[in-house]
Each structure stands twice: as structure tokens, then as C-alpha cells.
Ligand binder design. Structure first.
Ligand code: PGA
Length: 251
């Protein structure tokens, strides 16, 4: 069985480098030294290099990355550059980026570039709403297939899929149920095994995100059989973040 993974997505927080260092060090200070659970924090780009040096226990990741290595792409930061400063994970296709115009085709190029640069890509997928006719399943299938188009089975050993229903993300939302996650993860696994074969497809970890916290984490792991979490708000609270890591280490 592969290791559980807990990934914190700090989004555009906190406001200053000083606060980021404090939050990161505070988080690192709470986490047990045993490496039962893989722990990753994805801060804003410009804090990455500094934070990476604070703790050996926590790996750092980026929240995005551009697919071309260098060139005339004003305002972009390439995956190769991020790897060079120590990022080893990258969140790709987060719904907040898709809401700003990122397409499946962009995400597909980014996943390919991340694999080429030796990252562990964390590909986010999720529907914006559910409907009685289960159209959302078709949406997920299409989204997943488009984001993974042209990727071969021998390059997906590190790939992680984060199922994050958009309706479950952020302030005021409620999480999916562990049963809903389980059903979706079986569906995703089937698509992955059809595409990459049972062996390679079966190794791809599927994690949950969207209002996951220390209260529902246990059930997502036990009932939902989640391989871990992508956490937004809970990752900004060292105690909550650590509690979720602890729970993942016990199940
Ligand atoms: P949330 O965000 O945990 O604050 O709902 C999750 C995410 O956007 O990755």
C-alpha cells in the first residue's frame, strides 16, 4: 500500500514572508518525526525557497507552474524554475485557476511538463454541481481524459489525482460525504486503469479536497478509502493540519 499524503494549499496566504516563516515553522514543530505520512505545503511562489530550508520533514510544492521552460512569457514561472529552487510537488488545474481561464488543454501541457521535470503532479479535478442524471460523471471522465491526453503509462508512477468537487471548496461550503468520495474514486480508478492498465493505473493515489478538516478526515480515510487530502483552510492552522496528519498516520 502506498503512503498517505497530506498536502496544504496555502493559496494566496499569508501576507508577508515573516508570517509565512512563522506559520511554516509552527506547522513543522508540531509534526511527528516518523515519516508514516508524506507531508507537503504549497505556499505562494515567492516563499518557496526560504520555507524549503526550514524543515526536512515537510516538502514544498507549487500551486501552479508554466509548461514552457524559458522564453517570452511575461509573468509566468516555469516548472523547471520551480524544480530548481526545490519544489518537488505541484498542484495543477485547481478550480480557482480554471475559474481564471485555465483550460484542460493548458492543464494537460502542465502535467506533461511537470512529469518531464520530475515533479509529483497533483492534478485537481471536480464538477461544479451534481445533477440527478449523473451528468457530472461524464464531466469528470472528460476532464480527466483531457488533462491526461498523450501521457504514457510509464510516466504516471508519481501522479496524484485530487478529487475536489467545486461545490465543496471554501468558506460556507460543505464537504462531500465519504461515500460520495468512495464512489467517485472507484469511478476515477476505472478510468485510470482503462487508460494506463490495471498495474500503473492502480498505483495512482486519489486524494480528497474541499472543506476537509480534522473532524471529517477519519471518515474520508476509513469509509472513503482516501489516500490523503488536499487542504485549503485547514492547512493555515498548524494544529488542525497536524491533527489531520496524525489521523492519517493512524489509519
Ligand atoms: P478548502 O480548500 O479546504 O478551504 O475547502 C480546498 C482547496 O481549494 O484545495
Amino acid at each position: 500500500m502506498s503512503k498517505k499524503i497530506v498536502i496544504g494549499n496555502w493559496k494566496m496566504n499569508p501576507l508577508t514572508l515573516k508570517e509565512a516563516e512563522k506559520l511554516f515553522a509552527g506547522t513543522a514543530g508540531l509534526i511527528a518525526g516518523d515519516k508514516k505520512v508524506e507531508v507537503v505545503v504549497c505556499p505562494p511562489f515567492l516563499y518557496l525557497e526560504k520555507l524549503r530550508k526550514i524543515s526536512k520533514r515537510i516538502s514544498v510544492g507549487a500551486q501552479n507552474g508554466f509548461f514552457e521552460d524559458t522564453g517570452a512569457f511575461t509573468g509566468e514561472v516555469s516548472l523547471e524554475m520551480l524544480y530548481d529552487i526545490g519544489a518537488r510537488y505541484v498542484i495543477l488545474g485547481h478550480s480557482e485557476r480554471r475559474a481564471m481561464g485555465e483550460t484542460d488543454m493548458d492543464v494537460n501541457k502542465k502535467v506533461k511538463s511537470a512529469i518531464k521535470a520530475s515533479f509529483t503532479p497533483v492534478l485537481c479535478i471536480g464538477e461544479s454541481a451534481r445533477d440527478e442524471n449523473h451528468e457530472y460523471l461524464n464531466f469528470i471522465r472528460k476532464e480527466l481524459e483531457a488533462c491526461l491526453a498523450g501521457i504514457s503509462r510509464n510516466s504516471v508512477s508519481k501522479l496524484i489525482i485530487a478529487y475536489e468537487p467545486i461545490w465543496a471548496i471554501g468558506e460556507g461550503a460543505h464537504s462531500a460525504t465519504p461515500e460520495e468520495f468512495l464512489e467517485m474514486s472507484i469511478f476515477i480508478k476505472k478510468i485510470l486503469s482503462d487508460k494506463f492498465g490495471v498495474e500503473a493505473g492502480g498505483k495512482i493515489r486519489i486524494i480528497y479536497g474541499g472543506s476537509a478538516d480534522e473532524k471529517n478526515a477519519g471518515e474520508f480515510l476509513k469509509i472513503g478509502k482516501a489516500d490523503g487530502f488536499l487542504l485549503g483552510r485547514a492547512s493555515l492552522n498548524p494544529k488542525k493540519f497536524n491533527k489531520i496528519i496524525q489521523i492519517a498516520g493512524e489509519i
